[in-house]
Design a protein around this ligand. Structure first.
Ligand code: FAD
Ligand code: NAD
Length: 473
């Protein structure tokens, strides 16, 4: 009997397994995704078809975009730029292979037992493992952690085929589509839409909501929309896909907006309308595990399910579908199983959209604070006034710091601009320690860095920014 069996080896599951083992618990991790030789490949969506391959392509495509005529202001002229998509894809694949292979090494070093097969929680704290040949074996565990992740949502109006693909398909095109339709202007739509637009596709994004990036700060979203349009993304808001037809070499879609029904034809269509939790056949009816009203595995604040000693973490439970959220839940659960009192601070889970420039935020935005009737102060600083941002030719966007009107405690930080993810991370660390905007203002930032924009925005909260004209009272 194991102390812990983790079902699913994505960033939630493999981290939970490693931490459990580090804490002296005998641990196995069950994974059903296999390579050509039938061996389990760990890393889940994130390493195989998510965070890592998408960031590899975002970086490569950005370099191509710059080389192909966007370095003129630096006095760099490149006459003929040629794209070798095979090499670009090979680079992405080799990064994925290196990282997924690395988890095998981490498991060996930490004494986690890898098990290949499909895991299912059955009554009595047992896990039934189904092997690829259909045979089953039952293993008992004192604790079970479900970390089966999520899959792309398929919609009836755009069933997947050779021309209509999900995010995984959009990471594997063998040639650059001349025209690309993207359904959903969410995180995946913007990131993968950007990749193919930079490589030469004419990209149209169809978004059902009237508001662009409804989950982001409104002012930031407005700036981003303007910038993405400038970059060539044709984003059609308030437009809901109603049907699509595969024409063998292209796909025709119809969508509805406030003026009626419109049609468009694309070489390829990416459907990125969200992901659903992998809950099917993951637990038996008598296991004691239940779903919540949205179809996720029902858990409490500590990721405990309704069955004793059965836990669930990552995309398969409530909260944002983010790798770092799942990993931290994995650590928390491993520690609680080991008798510690770990907690997860769900108020400070950062969000990043890896476009160029990046969009990142943590904590509350103005709209949320207004709806809570909370009084707040705002400080903003534009990258156009940052020496380093100008020097690196990335002066679009701004930093916004929001703090409590009476205590000055930082409540939210929102960034659109260079290194937004890293800047928000710095702010987040200070927020974990309960910092005020004055604390950040009193902190020394290296010069010249784009992070100085965070310093100045924090100073601006109390009308003390140095490099913008503060209105004197
Ligand atoms: P998953 O990563 O989905 O892993 C679940 C694992 O469980 C899989 O390996 C699956 O094969 C296995 N499994 C499922 N059922 C069973 C079973 N019954 N038995 C055995 N094994 C099973 N998030 C970020 O934070 N940053 C990003 O930049 C980012 N970029 C993304 C880009 C794309 C294109 C996509 C699609 C997602 C991205 N995400 C990103 C989201 C991120 O990938 C997920 O939030 C994260 O992978 C969830 O981790 P998880 O461990 O819960 O699930
Ligand atoms: P999403 O929820 O971010 O966006 C989906 C979008 O599709 C929404 O804006 C929605 O209004 C729109 N939509 C839904 N149905 C539609 C229809 N019929 N017609 C037109 N538009 C429609 O989902 P996603 O982009 O698929 O991403 C899935 C998850 O993966 C997200 O939860 C995200 O957290 C995660 N992810 C994170 C990152 C990152 O952290 N950088 C990157 C990629 C994915």
């Amino acid at each position: 009997m194991y102390d812990v069996i983790v079902i699913g080896g994505g960033p939630a599951g493999y981290v939970a397994a490693i931490r459990s083992s580090q804490l002296g618990l005998s641990t196995a991790c069950v994974e059903e995704f296999v390579d050509d030789s039938g061996n389990a490949v760990f890393g889940g969506t994130c390493l195989n078809v998510g965070c890592i391959p998408s960031k590899a392509l975002l970086d490569s495509s950005h370099r191509f975009y710059e080389a192909a005529g966007h370095l003129d202001t630096h006095g760099i002229k490149i006459e003929k730029v040629k794209l070798d998509l095979n090499v670009m894809m090979d680079r992405k694949d080799s990064i994925v292979k290196k990282l997924t292979g690395g988890i095998g090494g981490l498991f060996a070093a930490n004494k986690v037992t890898p098990i290949t097969g499909r895991g299912k929680v059955i009554a009595g704290n047992n896990v039934e493992i189904t092997k690829s040949d259909g045979t089953t074996e039952t293993i008992a565990a004192k604790n079970i952690i479900i970390a089966t992740g999520s899959s792309p949502i398929e919609i009836a109006s755009a069933e997947f085929n050779n021309n209509v693909v999900d995010s995984t398909g959009a990471l594997e095109f063998t040639e650059v589509p001349k025209t690309l339709g993207v359904i959903g202007a969410g995180v995946i739509g913007l990131e993968l839409g950007s990749v193919w637009a930079r490589l030469g596709s004419k990209v149209t994004v169809i978004e059902a909501m009237d508001d662009f990036l409804f989950m982001a700060d409104k002012e930031i979203a407005k700036d981003c929309l303007k910038d993405f349009k400038k970059q060539g993304l044709d984003i059609k808001l308030g437009s809901r896909l109603i049907a699509s037809k595969n024409l063998k070499k292209s796909v025709k879609i119809s969508y509805e907006n406030s003026t009626g029904t419109e049609e468009m034809e694309f070489d390829k269509l990416v459907v990125a309308v969200g992901r659903r939790p992998n809950v099917q056949n993951v637990f038996s009816e008598d296991s004691g595990v239940h779903l919540d009203e949205r179809g996720f595995i029902s858990v409490d604040d500590h990721c405990q399910t309704s069955a004793s000693n059965v836990w669930a973490i990552g995309d398969v439970v409530r909260g944002p579908m983010l790798a770092h959220k799942g990993s931290e839940e994995g650590v928390m659960v491993a520690e609680r199983i080991a008798g510690k009192h770990a907690e997860m601070n769900y108020d400070l889970v950062p969000s990043v959209i890896y476009t160029h420039p990046e969009i990142a935020w943590v904590g509350k935005n103005e709209e949320e604070l207004k709806s809570e009737n909370r009084s707040y102060k705002v400080g903003k600083f534009p990258f156009a006034a940052s020496g380093r941002a100008l020097a690196v030719d990335q002066s679009t966007g701004f930093v916004k710091v929001i703090s409590d009107a009476s205590t000055d405690t930082i409540l939210g930080v929102h960034v659109f601009g260079p290194s937004a993810a890293e800047i928000v991370q710095q702010a987040l660390i200070s927020m974990e320690f309960g910092a005020s905007s004055e604390d950040l203002g009193l902190t020394i930032f290296s010069h010249p860095t784009v992070s100085e924009a965070l310093h100045e925005a924090a100073l601006a909260v109390n009308n003390q920014a140095i490099h913008i004209g503060n209105k004197r009272k």
